[in-house]
Design a protein around this ligand. Structure first.
Ligand code: THU
Length: 157
């Protein structure tokens, strides 16, 4: 028997002003995207912004439905739109933010498991590490790759 351990590294910033320009722009796009959420049931507005290698940013927001499971998280809305509309471009980062009653959440929002798996797939497709910025009002967490949010990604097929 061998005991093994996985270490997860991430950086914490105390506000948008601490970020590098490109990260700040992406984080701001995720914040802006929260306004595009369609969340009449949860009233929990999530915004996501995907950065391509060439600098283009695509935004997405959660879309809810009266048949609850038919809705989709902001991250997958953005990622599927990004891949479907620019199938040949590599993605290099995603930023996520959430707001309630028009206020950005204090603590960064952490993506659900299904969205992490989808991020992992697009990281694989892009053949580049996908950085993740989780944006809160006064705290921002930055991960260098999806593996740090989802160890043991399913990629066996
Ligand atoms: N939601 C997201 O958009 N992203 C997440 O990472 C977690 C949850 C959405 C789904 C639903 O519309 C609302 O937030 C409440 O769960």
């Amino acid at each position: 028997m061998t005991s093994k351990e996985i270490k997860i590294a991430y950086k914490e910033y105390d506000g948008l002003e601490e970020l590098e320009q490109k990260d700040r722009e992406l984080a701001q796009s995720a914040i802006d995207a929260t306004a595009q959420a369609y969340a009449p049931y949860s009233k929990f507005n999530v915004g996501a912004a995907v950065l391509f290698q060439d600098g283009e940013i695509i935004k997405g927001a959660n879309q809810e439905n009266a048949a609850y499971p038919s809705g989709l998280c902001a991250e997958r809305t953005a990622l599927f739109y990004a891949s479907a509309s620019r199938p040949d471009k590599a993605m290099t980062a995603i930023a996520i933010a959430a707001s309630q009653n028009g206020e950005l959440l204090e603590t960064p929002v952490t993506p659900c498991g299904a969205c992490r798996q989808v991020m992992a797939q697009y990281q694989l497709k892009s053949k580049l590490p996908m950085q993740v910025l989780l944006v809160g009002a006064h705290k921002i967490w930055k991960f260098e790759k999806i593996d740090d949010l989802l160890p043991f990604i399913f990629d066996s097929i």
